[in-house]
Design a binder for this molecule. Sequence first.
Ligand code: DAH
Length: 347
Amino acid sequence: MTSADTDVATRLVDEARTRLERCATLDELRSAEAELVGKRSALATAHRALGGLPPDERRRQGQLLHQARSTVEALVAERRQTVARAERQRWLEADRLDLTEVLPGPRRGHLHLVQRTRDELEDVFVGMGFVVAEGPEVETDWYNFEALNIPPAHPARGMWDTFYLQIGEPETVLLRTHTSPVQIRVLQEKRPPVYAVMPGRCYRRDTPDARHIPVFHQIEGLVVDHGITFAHLAGTIETFTTAYFGPDIHSRLRPAYFPFTEPSAELEITCTICHGAGCRTCSQTGWIELGGCGMVDPAVLGAVGLDDEEWTGFAFGFGIDRCAQMRHEIPDMRILLDNDVRFLRQV
Ligand code: DAH
């Protein structure tokens, strides 16, 4: 073995060591690794040159290069650990909330954005002559489904992924999947005329993503009176939309199916992000779906003993969290549940 050969291997390792010490981030380390042991590295070039040497010489130098490569790889692994640890430390520092921090002056808490949105929505409807009603979050199958014209095993049940509770007979008690059961409770309590909105928490077995959370809020509306028509429904929705979102946001109704209304419609509003021009949030349509609505199905009036020859009505239901998301341009709904004070403080 000549000292010149050893020198080449040692030099490569030394150079690698210096190069690696300069890497402060995992990204930098990745490019250094490619440079040091990748296809275009000095090591790889030296390895390729072995082919031109006599066999003995080739074996000897091959061994040296192999050793050098193992050493460099070990150095990279070692550096990766150090850099990763430092990166995580920096990230933790940046993300840290100092809960002991004393701020000048009293800092008062405030209502959560969802609660505030709910209050504002209620105010708009109260201004239009509606009363506010509430119902339980734990419901029976009868209120949540059957009285709303969704019989057991009806395929429409697939529209709601339900959390059932282990109380009584299987699948008889559940976490309400929408606020529509409160329609039934209101009509049981009070004979028409009824003009009511019913806000509250709902639950669905949904996987959380940017537009869905398994615990969410809806506001339901119900009007039952003499001579109520679809025009009353459309007018109410449009009045609400401009009152809550502003004069340049409008509503439109598109045919849909819900078991408890006939005819039924999907309620859409002008996309509040692009104001109707078309953007990613609204899939370039200019419209955003808020909920559903329609004329109360005679079967629902029948379930609470009302004569559908005498009374007609309309109903609607939409997401409160979705309204907050649209009005405040919140890209990911999951942040509403995170309780991160940096978000809570902003709104
Ligand atoms: N309950 C429906 C849902 O959560 C929304 C809905 C649609 C409510 C139509 C209504 C209605 O009152 O008429 O999917």
